[in-house]
Design a protein around this ligand. Structure first.
Ligand SMILES: Nc1ccn([C@@H]2O[C@H](COP(=O)(O)OP(=O)(O)OP(=O)(O)O)[C@@H](O)[C@H]2O)c(=O)n1
Length: 512
């Protein structure tokens, strides 16, 4: 489903399913394979997740009226930028600083409608498309003190008095949207049937969860997972969903999106938003905040102290989201590479800037059905997939957005242990740190093996382990996050069959 704004306005009846253009192969997955996230939904989810990037000093960020936002920059179907608001810069400004004229022809996915200050620069850069999540905008209408001028307010909606700044920003944004260069719209697509269930079950059985079961078979991981997912859903809903339908309609109307409020479009819109937030909660729950974290052999390794457990976990969940675009019929793997350097210092990611990201897939340009898809259980080795699938790390390196510099620590977050084919590539590329699962470590499956990782010497490795510091909250040393969660506590492999069905209606708070 894509809601587009023709001449800056949404028109009822434009809710129509759009064909998802694959980033790797030219055709959709065939019947019998797991459902996957559409490109648009992946970018939207990554933008929401970027909004929640852990902040060192969240209280420094902005006035109360400016809400932090996340941004994904996409060029030719590939993610080339992941940004969020920081103490000084909004996400849009951070993107302008990092990409400059390279933003031309890019597609931008925002977790909130950007403010006019960002919008004018982004339009000026010549971007092709600006999509935003249709909730409270960056200049918040929720945190506003009551309107003094009533500018932009319609008299029949007294509860939605917005501040003068928000009203002025709305007017400016509306005017800026008349610029003919970018297509400014709300892009949301309905989830493929069964995708939410698939994501939930795959995340519940991912390598990080399996490791916990392996360590202590007595732990009820289903219960742990469900508790985390419920907590996340509650937390994410308060960020991204608007409490009541009327409140949502009021805000959309103030944003000039009154046509979104007509039924049945409005209910469909809210349903799609809610489902995407559920997907985010399901994926995040697969890397629980229990007494586990990413730990190295030498706990004093300097970067370990600089990358908090929260940031590591956040980046691994990013990789987990990417894994749901896999083209492997059985297991999805995602990888994200960040560099740590002075260049990104002014944005909300601290000193991290994106190098590249990817998931395992057949070579770009392939027709999906033209290559073998079987795994090592297939006796005929010619029919096995391994010689054809490009690994998540390989895609992240190939489609990287910038060079890896020898003077900058460069950190790979990957949802499955790097295999023997990838280890020399990672070393050769200059990766200095790896955060991953060691579940497959030392396994040899013939066509794919994981023997080199354990003897890899010149790269610092941090694997998902029970925390050696269980007394520290989340195993995290002195960092605070925007996500204040009180939880007690991917491979996105095809799930076990004994997984209980989702009881979403019971567990999730219905905001619609
Ligand atoms: N670091 C890694 C490791 C693996 N892969 C990808 O993960 C898949 C592995 O497939 P398979 O061997 O079937 O998965 P396993 O989880 O090892 O299966 P099982 O545990 O059932 O043996 C392949 O697409 C491979 O390209 C990847 O992208 N990056």
């Amino acid at each position: 489903m894509e809601v587009k704004q023709k001449a800056n306005r949404a028109v009822p009846g434009q809710w129509k399913p759009t064909r998802d253009k694959s980033s790797q192969t030219d055709s959709r997955l065939q019947a019998g394979h797991g459902p996957r996230l559409s490109q648009v939904n992946l970018f939207t989810l990554l933008s929401l997740w970027m909004e929640l990037f852990p902040q060192e000093n969240p209280e420094e960020n902005h006035s109360s009226q400016i809400r932090t936002s996340g941004l994904v920059v996409v060029r030719d179907g590939k993610v080339v930028g992941l940004h969020c608001s920081g103490a000084e810069l909004h996400a849009g400004q951070a993107a302008i600083i990092q990409h400059g004229p390279r933003l031309a022809d890019c597609r931008l996915y925002f977790s909130r409608r950007p403010c006019s200050t960002c919008l004018k620069m982004i339009i000026n850069a010549g971007v092709r498309l600006i999509s935003f999540w249709p909730g409270d905008p960056e200049v918040s209408m929720l945190n506003s003190s009551p309107c003094t001028t009533m500018l932009g307010c319609s008299d029949h909606r007294p509860p939605c008095c917005i501040s003068e700044d928000a009203a002025l920003d709305n007017v400016a944004t509306e005017r800026l949207k008349s610029n003919s260069r970018p297509h400014i719209c709300v892009q949301l697509q309905p989830l493929e049937p069964g995708l939410l269930q698939f994501v939930t079950e795959s995340s519940r059985n991912c390598d990080f969860m399996e490791k916990i079961t392996d360590d202590d078979p007595g732990v009820n991981t289903d219960e742990l997972y469900n508790r985390e997912r419920t907590q996340h859903f509650r937390n994410f809903s308060s960020h991204f969903l608007l409490g009541t339908p009327q409140e949502h309609k009021d805000i959309l109307t103030h944003m000039g999106l009154e046509n979104f409020c007509a039924e049945p479009y409005f209910s469909t819109l809210r349903h799609s938003m809610r489902e995407l937030v559920q997907v985010l909660a399901a994926v995040a729950a697969g890397v629980p905040t229990l007494h586990y974290g990413f730990h190295g052999e030498q706990l004093s390794a300097s970067l370990h102290q600089e990358i908090s457990q929260e940031v590591a976990r956040h980046c691994v969940i990013q990789a987990s989201l990417l894994a749901f675009r896999t083209e492997d019929p059985k297991v999805g793997v995602g990888a994200v590479i960040w560099a740590k350097g002075a260049s990104a210092g002014c944005s909300g990611t601290g000193s991290l800037s994106l190098v590249g990201c990817g998931f395992n897939a057949y070579p770009a340009g392939s027709q999906y059905a033209e290559y073998p898809q079987m795994d090592d259980k297939q006796e005929d080795r010619q029919r096995r997939k391994y010689r054809y699938i490009v690994h998540a790390e390989q895609n992240a390196l190939t489609f990287r957005t910038r060079d890896i510099r020898p003077d900058e620590p460069t950190v790979l977050f990957v949802t499955k242990c790097p295999c023997d084919e990838c280890v020399p590539l990672l070393r050769g590329a200059g990766i200095t740190h790896i955060y991953t699962s060691d579940l497959d470590q030392d396994r040899d499956k013939g066509d794919i093996s994981y023997l080199r990782f354990s003897s890899l010497k010149n790269i610092s490795k941090f694997t998902w382990q029970r925390s050696p510091y269980p007394h520290l909250t989340n195993g995290c040393i002195g960092k605070r996050s925007r996500q204040t969660e009180d939880t007690t506590n991917h491979s996105n492999k095809r799930p076990r069959t004994d997984t209980p069905p989702l009881s979403a209606g019971k567990e999730f708070h219905d905001h619609s």
